[in-house]
Design a protein around this ligand. Sequence first.
Ligand code: PRX
Length: 635
Amino acid sequence: MSTYHIKHLEEYFHVYRKSVRDAETFWAEIAEEHFLWRKKWQQVLSWDFTKPEVKWFEGAQLNITENCIDRHLTSRPHKTAILFEPNDPKDDAQHITYKQLYERVNKFANVLKERGIKKGDRVCIYLPMIPELAVSVLACARIGAIHSVVFAGFSATALATRINDSSCKMVITSDGSYRGAKTIDLKGIVDEALNECKSVESVLVAQRIHSDITMKDGRDTWLQPLLDAASTICEPEVMDAEDPLFILYTSGSTGQPKGMVHTTAGYMVYAAYTFKNVFQYQEDDVYWCTADIGWITGHSYIVYGPLANGATTVMFEGVPSYPDFGRFWQLVAKHKVNQFYTAPTAIRALAKQGLEVVEPYDLSSLKVLGTVGEPINEEAWHWYNDNIGKKKSPIVDTWWQTETGGIMISPIPFSTPTKPTYATLPMPGIQPALMNENGQEIKGNQVEGRLCIKFPWPSMARTIWGNHQRYKDTYFSAFENKYFTGDGALRDEVGYYRITGRVDDVIIVSGHNLGTAPIEDAINEHPAVAESAIVGFPHDIKGNALYGYVTFKDTGESRDHTNVRTEINQLITERIGPIAKLDKIQFTKGLPKTRSGKIMRRILRKIAHKDTSNLGDTSTLLNPEVVQSIIDNAL
Ligand code: PRX
């Protein structure tokens, strides 16, 4: 029986029990047998959720790139590590072998060193899905610099906030990016952001779209000539197990994004272990995750998890709709993809296009299908199962978070029987608990509550960059001695988990986590706006869309509402990015508030859901008259 690779349900239960009974031995065995260490740990785990402080493999030394690249040089040097598929289908795919990846990462690492980047420095990476993105991430890890990848769809303001929060010394970007038929001026966005950033000393620019950009003297340098001149040998920095590997920002319920800090050894072990089991990767398989490396899914399941297992991982630059809605399926057929991992929102958007865009392609290579990022509705699940998996590829509905670093609850394909809309069972080492509002654990099956995790796992984020108190308040204060996920969940009669959605002020739109506060802050910057409140409402493709209630400083009657709507969405695009635009904007004379002045979002949510038959307890409302007028004018 193998602990590292689970092959049937009985084995899962056996391994799971072992992981709970003796977590330290369980993880130590996996770490020992499957990874390369410069020095072994003195202690597998120490933890205290009250501080909170968690350490895994303390005393161990390693470099994650030796595990993801160097150790494959003897066993699979000419195997494709990264299969890059460009935006334009007329351009050739690039097969980057492990040996080539080794050379490219080392060259890039040497460039970083020459530009003064040292262990512990923060490097912001703002790149499209081109090989330089994966290479720069690994190059940072090679020299012990902490990468902070910012999704290249974020605006200049959002980028500047993230650069400043962790005082990045360098930004790596490109002259621009392709997105379907469009190009985006990434360098222009970086230039604008850097007007607000004092810590950045240098900018490396990859050439992608060959656009005419301005290079700032003394700050900006083209990347390629530096790479051409660099050596292909760069000794990896020896890192302590708990040295930070990266920072990745996620939305919170207050304005400032949270820079989740992931450390080296535990993250590596858990990302690799879950990749192997959740996707059942076999040596000659081609694995494709359609996420962007700007999100945690890309970090763990495009870069680190697959490469640590010596896998071939596809990196796709384009979008599912270009040149037509058959692109995903065309690529599955072209590259004979075996494992395909995407978001429910993409499935819903593609399902809407009909089977004409699926049928021309041979999808018989597919073995495992995955989803992540939001609950998958039953209809989308069946469409995926029937038309893409042809009922023979199990669907792994994987629940996890930026904060968790790796997949927490998911079926293990060919072992766990799947059930539509259920993420099913916890991964080995993960101990979920459902809690009631009084802070007690709800035991037994067929129950619903707030989802917590009661024991540490190796890849959990260790802190929020520069704000440990916020880390404690957000995740460890709601329920004593437990990590609180912010999600609600139910457990069915056999113990399967179904995630029901966020229970805080975070809304998931097209699989993107959006905090309401920063969006409201952006709207409130409009000179005519007094106040605003954002809630989510169901949307057949995005899962949720955003509904904004906005009040004017004056009566607003004379204003051109269409213009203000456009201006509000423009502000949101500038401050956050187009992903946070509102689908509906209702102008109202007031917002329902409690006597203490808190907006009663519960009521606004019900109105947006067109569910006003029972508004619940409204006795604490300060201004009940406002509610009826909002209902009467609801969109
Ligand atoms: O609400 C859950 C939802 O996405 C949140 C985490 O978002 P983020 O940190 O951006 O990471 C997304 C990729 C891991 C969770 O708190 N979520 C994620 N996966 C699922 C999900 N909701 C339901 N089912 C899922 N499979």
